[in-house]
Design a protein around this ligand. Structure first.
Ligand code: HEC
Length: 117
């Protein structure tokens, strides 16, 4: 019983370290999540479900987003800025190229995507 409690405490502490290390850009992550989920701005959820997140009726034109935490930030940025560079026939709009999202907004979305396991 005691060991179990200790283990739990350790797990919670470890979780806090992970959150704290991302804490520097916690606001950016929040902002990115909002853009991601807001129809009038990013509307990413029109085409993407997100691993482990409850989103009402996500679209499935694009792949379910998962494992993005291992992507380099630049690759995520480029994907959102202009998906045609990696996939010339992508159905995903070039959010940076077409001016829908600003540089700062894309960086916020990238910060959010980096939290997706
Ligand atoms: C009109 C539908 C559509 C919208 C809106 C859309 N995407 Fe996509 N997305 C796609 C499709 C289709 C693909 C797969 C083809 C490709 O890789 O280009 C994709 C691929 C991706 C990938 C690569 C995923 C992987 O596992 O390879 C990421 C990351 C991504 N989208 C992020 C976003 C973000 C962030 C937004 C909002 C700013 C967004 N998408 C909005 C359709 C969309």
């Amino acid at each position: 019983m005691q060991t179990k409690k200790l283990f739990l405490a350790a797990a919670v502490a470890a979780g806090m370290v992970i959150t704290a290390s991302a804490g520097g850009n916690a606001d950016l992550v929040k902002e990115g999540e909002k853009i991601f989920n807001t129809k009038k701005i990013g509307n990413c959820l029109a085409c993407h479900a997100v691993n482990g997140k409850k989103i009402d009726n996500p679209g499935n034109l694009g792949p379910k987003l998962q494992g993005l935490s291992v992507w380099p930030e630049q690759a995520l940025y480029d994907k959102i800025y202009n998906p045609y560079t990696t996939n010339p026939i992508s159905a995903m709009p070039p959010f940076g190229l077409n001016g829908v999202l600003s540089d700062h907004q894309i960086k916020a979305v990238v910060a959010y995507l980096k939290t997706i396991k």
